[in-house]
Design a binder for this molecule. Structure first.
Ligand SMILES: *Cc1c(COP(=O)(O)O)cnc(C)c1O
Length: 362
């Protein structure tokens, strides 16, 4: 079913043929052989339900709905085990796949460590697989608490000192390690990015549980589909997981990117790759919208929310943007902070807004 491209032209496997191609191909073959089996699906369902706490509620927000004059619901991925995000849906899926493929170790990289690294550490602990998390030395120092949490769960955090000692260097190091050890190691990617096949589609499939549940929950509750579904877009995994089951419906879909400090226009001040990026850039093995300067260099991003601080976006979102099926907007930090305080005050729900932590780019 995979053509290797979303659209085309988005997606693809832009990895060094001599080192990573075999690992990527073996993973795609493993996924096709393992993921559809009843055994794998039952086991994943067990972990998602009894361990991670699915299904998550769809909460009717009474106070916000009164204020807005329409019915507003929140899909509560903040209540998933791991404290505040949806990442575990995917790391449990990829971790379990790794175990079925006979891998002995999970490799991941993280910028802030907030959710990606911690969610991989959780999956490794519960699935009995050792975890190595590559993290820039600079980020390790800025994020001591997350390093501590990962180590507490048995993960080995490996500080990367090369380059600027931040995410891009950690990615390079993790990729190098995977290329050298893919026989017995799996590389866990935290969003719908990376070479396609399999990563963007595989991660989407693991995150689609969000939208599948939400669609049924709203039908049960309202006896109709919603007018609009809104999700934030960093790499795009929670958004695509939410949107995917609604793509064939007459429902307006809106993805919101990080507008950053100046409303999304000044380079280096935001993370709005779909709004302001170019449609033909390659980052982490796939072609997608990418924030680049005139020379093709990747531009630094900024957002008050660390999870949205990514200069590219999943290739399927690029396709959905061009097709006009999903509308992408960006919201500046100041408005995000107002909404953050508003939701906390009106509903007693504090959203997963990380402290300001940069996710540096290559
Ligand atoms: C990782 C993360 C995001 C962004 O990642 P997506 O792949 O776009 O979903 C957004 N919010 C939180 C809380 C996160 O942990």
């Amino acid at each position: 079913m995979s053509t290797g491209r979303f659209g085309p032209p988005y997606g693809g496997q832009f990895v060094p043929p001599e080192t990573l191609m075999a690992a990527v191909t073996a993973l795609e073959e493993g996924r096709n052989a393992v993921c559809p089996t009843p055994e794998f699906r039952d086991e994943l369902a067990f972990y998602l339900k009894e361990y991670a706490g699915r299904e998550t509620p769809l909460t009717f927000c009474r106070n916000v709905s009164d204020d807005m004059g329409c019915n507003v619901y929140l899909k509560r991925e903040d209540l998933l085990h791991s404290g505040g995000a949806h990442k575990l849906n995917n790391t449990l899926g990829q971790g379990l796949l790794a175990r079925h493929m006979g891998k002995k170790r999970l490799i991941a990289e993280t910028g802030a460590g907030q959710h990606g690294g911690v969610a991989t550490a959780i999956a490794g602990a519960v699935l009995n697989l050792p975890v190595e998390v590559y993290m820039g030395e600079t980020d390790c120092q800025r994020q001591r608490l997350n390093v501590f949490r990962m180590e507490l769960m048995g993960a080995k955090v490996i500080p990367v000192t090369g380059g600027t000692a931040t995410l891009k260097d950690a990615v390079n190091e993790a990729m190098r390690e995977w290329a050298a050890s893919s026989e017995d190691s799996a590389y866990i990617l935290g969003s719908v990015v990376g070479p396609h096949p399999p990563y963007p589609e595989m991660v989407r499939d693991f995150q689609t549980v969000i939208g599948t549940e939400a669609r049924q929950q709203i039908l049960d509750r309202e006896e109709r589909l919603p007018d609009e579904v809104i999700a934030c877009v960093g790499g795009g995994s929670n958004a695509i997981g939410m949107f995917y089951p609604f793509l064939q419906d007459d429902v307006r879909l809106v993805g919101v990117e990080a507008g950053g400090g100046r409303g999304g226009n000044a380079p280096g001040e935001h993370g709005a790759s779909l709004k302001s990026g170019r449609p033909g850039g390659i980052l982490h093995g796939a072609l997608s919208y990418l924030l680049q300067d005139a020379d093709g260099q990747v531009i630094e991003t900024h957002s008050v929310a660390a999870g949205l601080d990514y200069p590219s976006v999943g290739p399927e979102h690029s396709m959905l943007k061009d097709a006009g099926r999903v509308h992408y907007e960006s919201v500046p930090d100041a408005d995000v902070l107002n909404a953050f305080r508003y939701l906390s005050r009106r509903e007693g729900i504090v959203p997963a807004l990380s402290r300001h932590m940069r996710w540096p780019t290559s």
